[in-house]
Design a binder for this molecule. Structure first.
Ligand code: CO
Length: 134
């Protein structure tokens, strides 16, 4: 059911330092920071030949990654995003298998303007999973 790995998201405290690390130390192509107030994050996109990495810095008081960074003060991998062809078909199949879909279970428009859902990390090997319809 799942297709390509769309991106890996890494939560960071200091987007400038993390961008410099990926650009200068790892030699990656790093975008300018893009504030996404509706998602409570500022994002830097890193294009790799086969996938993307997204660096997420909290934005605003109710950022969904603020608590993650309290528990992981050095930053850390926040979620992986897999592509699906049809997000409603994928959701219904996952729910039928007993997986918990976060929020109200309805897809929301994600950071790339495409519908996304998040799946409970306890159901997926301790990893928050995002599915995105492409
Ligand atoms: Co994501």
């Amino acid at each position: 059911m799942i297709g390509r790995l769309n991106h890996i998201a890494i939560a960071v405290r200091d987007l400038g330092a993390a961008s410099a690390l990926y650009r200068d130390t790892l030699g990656a192509k790093v975008s300018d920071p893009l504030p996404q107030p509706e998602h409570g994050v500022t994002v830097v996109f890193i294009e790799l030949p086969n996938t993307k990495v997204e660096l997420l810095e909290p934005l605003g008081a109710n950022s969904p990654i603020a608590r993650f960074l309290e528990k992981n003060p050095d930053g850390g991998m926040h979620h992986v995003c897999y592509e699906v062809d049809d997000i409603l078909v994928a959701r219904d199949r996952l729910k039928a298998q007993g997986a918990r879909v976060l929020g109200d279970g309805e897809p929301r428009i994600g950071a790339h303007g495409k519908p996304v859902l998040f799946l409970h990390p306890k159901d997926f090997c301790g990893t928050l999973v995002e599915i995105e319809q492409v």
